[in-house]
Design a binder for this molecule. Structure first.
Ligand SMILES: [Zn+2]
Length: 369
């Protein structure tokens, strides 16, 4: 399949602001888009930031606590509040996605304020909707990317280090996924051809993480914001988000589907599965063992998993692995790519990744919670 008839499509937020204390710019951002905010926030984040929000002039009446899962019913409930004319998504990936769902339903602008650098969702227009059993049920798409992103590094650096590591896992795969997507004439999340801009961003993302990932991880463990932390936060959120959405995804991300369908992996983070998925992808692509081992060494330095156990599976049997592979192949971006991998070859690659991950000198532990 050739996608030469597809136009290049590239999307991004209108404004991205990152730094210590930038939450204070929220009122100004709301004022630039409307008059009254409707803030969708995680319960724990609300507890942590309520005083700060009130000091910024955000009233309790402008705030609605997100119930924890981004379901169609939850989006409907939040949208039915009919409060405000600027939606604000404040918290983790699911709260942000629920807020995006509300903005989409009410056709209003949206400001995204992530409180962890744990995944690639904040910059994108994608809304991942789950069912009541926490299984992926559908993807919705805002017509455009979020209007404004406020990434307060002072807040993000104090999130649990495991979330920061997961963000690195989610971001480091982009270089390889965009490359495979381009090679297979895949289409990006806008249904267009991946641009050279997206490829350059994915490459820059990888380089920042490899150069500064370990130092940033150590700083975050101490709750410090250093230059390395700023670089990795930018890679985890901005570079990673732009790269996947305008570049396309491949095997590493498709595996998150298969894993998410298993009850054992409920406690595993998106970026942790993507990290393991990337090892699987590199093996499937036939890359040299040294390249895979080099990446496993990096994972170890930033506390990312490289074994089945690390992603919540203890000695999975062949039926379970086959189920993961089959489910993963249903991802639309895989089906629209000309890179053809069978379920059996994915199973073999996962087993090989786990074996390499368990080899002496490499990560054998579950990440620190
Ligand atoms: Zn992702």
């Amino acid at each position: 399949m050739s996608n030469s008839t597809h136009p290049i499509i590239f999307g991004s937020p209108r404004l991205y602001i990152q730094g210590v204390g930038v939450l204070s710019r929220l009122p100004e951002a709301v004022g630039s888009l409307g008059t009254t905010p409707f803030v969708v926030v995680d319960a724990v984040v609300h507890e942590r930031l309520a005083t700060q929000l009130h000091l910024l002039g955000i009233r309790e009446a402008d705030i609605e606590i997100f119930n924890g899962e981004c379901t169609a019913a939850e989006i409907d409930r939040l949208a039915s509040r009919q409060h405000g004319d600027v939606i604000v998504g404040l918290g983790g990936g699911k709260a942000i996605d629920a807020a995006k769902g509300v903005a989409m339903a009410r056709r209003l602008p949206i400001i995204v304020v992530p409180t962890a650098a744990s995944n690639d969702a904040p910059t994108s227009r994608v809304v991942v909707v789950y069912d009541d059993q926490h299984r992926l049920s559908e993807g919705r798409f805002l017509p455009f990317n979020p209007d404004v992103l406020l990434v307060d590094t002072g807040i993000v650096a104090k999130a649990p280090p495991r979330l920061f590591a997961a963000g690195i896992g989610d971001a480091i795969s982009k270089k390889f996924e965009v490359e495979l997507s381009v090679k297979g004439h895949g289409v990006n999340m806008f249904g267009g051809r991946p641009s050279h801009t997206a490829m350059a961003l994915a490459d820059a993302c990888y380089r920042q993480l490899r150069e500064h990932g370990q130092a940033a991880t150590e700083a975050v463990r101490k709750g410090c914001v250093t230059d390395e932390v700023e670089r990795v936060v930018e890679a985890n959120i901005l570079l990673s988000g732009l790269a996947f959405e305008s570049g396309g995804l491949a095997i590493a991300h498709s595996l998150t589907r298969g894993f998410a369908a298993l009850p054992e992996t409920v406690g595993t983070l998106h970026g942790e599965v993507v990290a393991f998925g990337l090892l699987t992808q590199l093996i499937l692509e036939g890359r040299p063992d040294a390249e895979v081992q080099d990446l496993i060494g990096f994972y170890r330095s930033v506390s990312l998993p490289s074994t089945f156990r690390g992603v919540g599976l203890t000695d999975p049997d062949s039926v379970t692995l086959r189920g993961i592979a089959t489910h993963s192949l249903t991802a639309q971006y895989i089906q629209r790519s000309s890179n053809v991998f069978s379920a059996a070859s994915i199973v073999d690659a996962m087993i090989r990744a786990d074996t390499m991950g368990r080899a002496p000198g490499f990560d054998q532990t579950v990440p620190v919670h």
